[in-house]
Ligand binder design. Structure first.
Ligand SMILES: *[C@@H]1O[C@H](CO)[C@@H](O)[C@H](O)[C@H]1NC(C)=O
Ligand SMILES: *[C@@H]1O[C@H](CO)[C@@H](O)[C@H](O)[C@H]1NC(C)=O
Ligand SMILES: *[C@@H]1O[C@H](CO)[C@@H](O)[C@H](O)[C@H]1NC(C)=O
Length: 463
């Protein structure tokens, strides 16, 4: 016979057991919620904190010119990547933006947002990855800048995983390629020659023959001179279109997204299937050399369809505004090979939540080992796309439900393509550092493998 007392004890035990179990799940769900680095686990509400749209290029500032007050700077031992950065003179980086510090000041004070020079707008912005990565490193040691702690600057190169070369090579190409004065050389050429000479003289470069160096060359024409002599380094690139396989390849280099030029569509107010009247959108130069012939063929195939927008037009000035509106009102956005396999159009489509249709057989995609692009894009081989009726039938065949699934995925992954300052978990800068760290591991692997027999050799020699 069970007494009243025993029953009460039993039920109170059951109760505390239940409480313990629910506490466990509460803590578990909280911890999942805050693993913001891993975006598949992040619910929409947290996402919105990550997404920022500023059509401007100024570093973001939450409260006037004052940086966000927050936790202390990163502990290098907690960071994914420890980075040593060369103290190159300003003419290689912020000096190209017209910045001049006080005497002997190499870097702007990134703790005060109003002291950070802004990057030129328009199409320059596409290749601005050099600016965002450098700012992020500089801010890693400043206690009052709240950022994700993926990469952190270290002052001793022997403790670093990689050596970062802060040369704004795309800006140098875009702004300083003209030959001026009597030298017969452009500033862009002179800077590259000086960079090669500088690096070859550094102990850090000699240590691994430059293999652990990160060099940014996002504009396809940047580093035209230096790339041949610095090819052992890890490049941050838009694609491999204008490189030979030995100089650049996916084993050692990192593909970074273009900085989109259209406005980011707010994930909470993104037009749905019915709210996007245009079936297919493309705006760009139609006559292109190399792989671009296909643009012309597609133009003739699609131009008479009533819900297709396919026009000539440059992205300058009003073009960008029109593209923002046009892409956000379209279900599919074409990304067709131009004179290089990649273009900013793909990233414009992603932030417009317009399902990308990728017709570019040689394209390389950023962070493809972390993201499955087929979940939010449609790939069409160039040879098929040019068949009469193929593309239009394919896209008309994508029904509301399937399209909406891809659109939901686009809204989820779009924050991975935002460049901003300060960096946030899962944004473009954060993702690029993660990619760099993944390239470093095989480097270590090969170096360790080479050491296998060194010890026994040493013992033999010491006999
Ligand atoms: C930030 O920089 C601006 C412009 O140089 C200056 O006026 C302001 O006093 C600075 N703020 C702080 C907190 O140092
Ligand atoms: C850098 O670190 C190495 C190894 O940790 C140490 O031997 C060396 O003295 C350090 N150099 C400086 C300048 O602190
Ligand atoms: C070990 O030996 C290999 C091959 O001789 C050499 O390349 C490597 O640098 C050596 N490693 C060390 C740590 O001395």
């Amino acid at each position: 016979m069970t007494s009243m007392y025993e029953k009460r004890v039993f039920s109170s035990r059951l109760l505390s057991c239940l409480i313990a179990i629910s506490m466990f799940f509460l803590i578990l769900s909280c911890s999942l919620l805050f693993r913001v680095g891993d975006n598949s686990l992040v619910p929409r509400s947290i996402y919105n904190l990550i997404v920022v749209d500023r059509g401007s290029i100024e570093p973001e500032s939450d409260s006037g010119s004052n940086p966000v007050k927050a936790a202390g700077s990163c502990d290098p031992n907690q960071a994914v990547l420890k980075v040593f950065m060369y103290d190159l003179p300003p003419e290689f980086h912020f000096g190209l933006l017209g910045w001049t510090g006080s005497a002997n000041q190499l870097w702007p004070n990134v703790g005060n947002f109003s002291e950070i020079p802004s990057y030129p707008g328009g199409l320059n912005l596409q290749h601005s990855v050099e600016y965002w990565l450098t700012l992020d490193l500089l801010s890693s040691l400043i206690p009052n800048v709240r950022r994700s702690c993926t990469a952190v600057l270290v002052h001793n190169s022997t403790q670093a995983d990689v050596v970062f070369v802060p040369f704004f090579s795309s800006l140098s190409y875009n702004r300083h390629s003209k030959i001026e004065g009597t030298e017969g050389k452009s500033t862009n050429d002179i800077l590259q020659e000086r960079l090669v000479e500088y690096l070859n003289g550094q102990d850090e470069w000699k240590r691994f023959g430059g293999k652990d160096h990160v060099i940014m060359a996002h504009h396809p024409n940047s580093m035209l001179i230096a790339r041949w002599r610095l090819g052992s380094a890890m490049f941050v690139l838009a694609d491999f279109g204008r490189y030979s396989d030995e100089i650049a390849n996916i084993d050692k280099d990192v593909i970074a997204p273009y900085r989109h030029v259209v406005r980011t569509v707010d994930a909470n107010n993104s037009p749905s299937f019915e709210e996007r009247p245009t079936l297919v959108y493309f705006q760009g130069a139609i006559y292109r050399k190399d792989g671009g012939v296909i643009r012309q063929e597609l133009y003739y195939l699609l131009k008479d369809e009533k819900d297709v927008h396919f026009t000539f037009g440059s992205a300058g000035g009003g073009g960008i505004r029109k593209a923002s509106t046009g892409m956000a009102a379209s279900k599919f956005c074409l990304n067709i090979a131009g004179d290089t396999p990649s273009s900013n159009r793909l990233f414009d489509a992603i932030v417009s939540h317009c399902v990308p249709v990728i017709i570019s057989d040689e394209i390389e995609l950023p962070y493809e080992d972390l993201l499955d692009y087929s979940k939010f894009s449609i790939f069409v081989p160039a040879s098929d796309a040019c068949k009469n009726g193929y593309l239009i039938n394919l896209l008309r065949g994508v029904k509301r439900e399937k399209w909406t699934e891809m659109w939901e995925n686009l809204k989820q992954i779009a924050p991975h393509f935002e460049y901003q300052y300060p960096t946030r978990p899962g944004d473009a800068v954060d993702m690029i550092w993660k990619m760099v760290s993944r390239k470093i591991d095989p480097l270590h692997y090969r170096a360790h493998r080479k050491n296998r027999y060194n010890m026994s050799q040493q013992f033999l020699n010491s006999r």
